[in-house]
Ligand binder design. Structure first.
Ligand code: NAG
Ligand code: NAG
Ligand code: NAG
Ligand code: NAG
Ligand code: NAG
Ligand code: NAG
Ligand code: NAG
Length: 307
């Protein structure tokens, strides 16, 4: 009994051999199996952590990785090669935040499990382009603190649930920008430079629950809040059920710290599930009849610091 093998040890040995022996058996498809030199790894979590290493190049990434961090380095777009993130069959989360990418054209062919991609503070000038062939269904795309001026190319990201575009330089939301985003539940556009919101801007957002538009310039100029939410667009196209239109699931709407001076009748028409509406720090001086029509679920309304 003294010399018997501990079943836990046997299991650990088997587990490690499954991690390493399989790749060794097919060396051509898996060139590197161990932890890349500048990084730290946790084999249990399948984590490769290369953050904070002043890297200019991306090390060869082992194929067993599930969570990969390249955060806070000196990686430029030219260091992201076509093959860099391909054929990582276990990759689920990738963080390249705090680098200097500017423009990114990226392929995840052969990495079908990727669901979270973080590219915060990367000086990005546009939403990254993703190779459509073999593209994974990314559900969380974190793009805050960049220099993005236009919301374009979202049709390549149809599975998104969370899109964070806060702290960018977006000026306008064009019609039908989000028509492919029928699963999106959280959209953050806090602290941009948005003054124009076109008609049909929010068309297609049938699952949206949280919309954050605080600290923008909505309401400036002649369109005002009217074009933020034309009632006909929010409400159902079909007659009869006004609670079945775009933004029908919206529960939280932040319009605080904008330039809104008046709220037209039926502005929020169809937002039958809206729970919290933040309108503080605007220039609202009067309310018209039916300004809050449809808001039968509302429990919190903030209107402090207006005129
Ligand atoms: C990576 O390591 C850094 C310390 O160097 C730590 O702050 C960070 O949380 C780690 N990242 C992950 C994803 O574990
Ligand atoms: C990153 O590295 C710098 C310098 O080595 C250090 O001061 C800082 O605490 C590190 N940050 C993390 C998250 O490890
Ligand atoms: C991205 O790269 C691929 C292959 O290198 C190329 O075919 C495609 O045109 C590029 N797309 C953009 C928007 O740069
Ligand atoms: C992404 O989702 C679509 C259906 O929504 C599915 O057909 C496709 O296979 C998925 N892609 C991957 C890489 O899992
Ligand atoms: C949207 O979500 C549904 C339900 O989870 C899923 O079946 C569908 O594939 C998703 N659509 C896309 C484009 O990923
Ligand atoms: C969106 O990004 C901002 C800025 O980085 C951050 O404060 C906020 O927590 C993010 N939202 C979510 C839901 O991650
Ligand atoms: C915001 O937009 C205005 C025009 O509407 C432009 O003059 C200004 O430079 C923009 N500011 C930033 C920080 O992008």
């Amino acid at each position: 009994r003294k010399f018997g093998l501990n079943p836990k040890l046997i299991f650990a040995l088997l587990y490690f051999s499954s991690l390493f022996c399989a790749p060794l058996a097919v060396p051509n498809s898996f060139p590197v199996v161990s932890c890349p030199t500048p990084c730290t790894c946790s084999y249990r979590e399948r984590l490769v952590n290369c953050s904070n290493r002043s890297l200019r190049k991306i090390p060869v990434i082992p194929p067993w990785v599930a969570i990969l961090s390249l955060k806070n380095n000196k990686i430029g777009a030219s260091a992201v090669k076509d093959h860099t993130f391909r054929n990582l069959p276990n990759l689920q989360e990738l963080d390249i935040s705090d680098n200097d990418l500017r423009v990114l054209n990226i392929s995840f062919h052969g990495s079908p499990l990727l669901h979270t991609l973080r590219l915060e503070s990367c000086s990005l000038e546009s939403i990254p382009y993703i190779d459509p062939t073999g593209r994974p269904n990314v559900t969380t795309l974190a793009l805050s603190h960049n220099a993005i001026t236009r919301i374009e190319g979202l049709s390549l990201w149809p599975a998104l649930l969370i899109l964070n575009l806060s702290f960018n330089s977006i000026r306008r939301i064009h019609s039908n920008t989000f028509v492919k985003q029928s699963n999106l539940t959280q959209l953050y556009l806090h602290k941009n430079n948005i003054s124009s919101v076109d008609e049909h801007a929010f068309a297609g957002l049938l699952s949206l629950e949280t919309l954050s538009l605080g600290r923008n310039k909505i309401g400036i100029g002649r369109h005002g809040l009217k074009h933020f939410a034309p009632s006909a667009v929010l409400a159902s196209e079909q007659q009869g059920d006004p609670c079945n239109g775009n933004l029908r699931k919206l529960r939280f709407l932040d319009l605080s710290r904008n330039r809104i001076s008046r709220i037209e009748p039926l502005t929020f028409n169809g937002m039958c599930q809206l729970y919290t509406l933040l309108l503080h720090d605007n220039r609202i001086s009067r309310l018209l009849d039916a300004s809050f029509y449809s808001l039968k679920a509302l429990t919190t309304l903030r209107m402090d610091d207006n005129r």
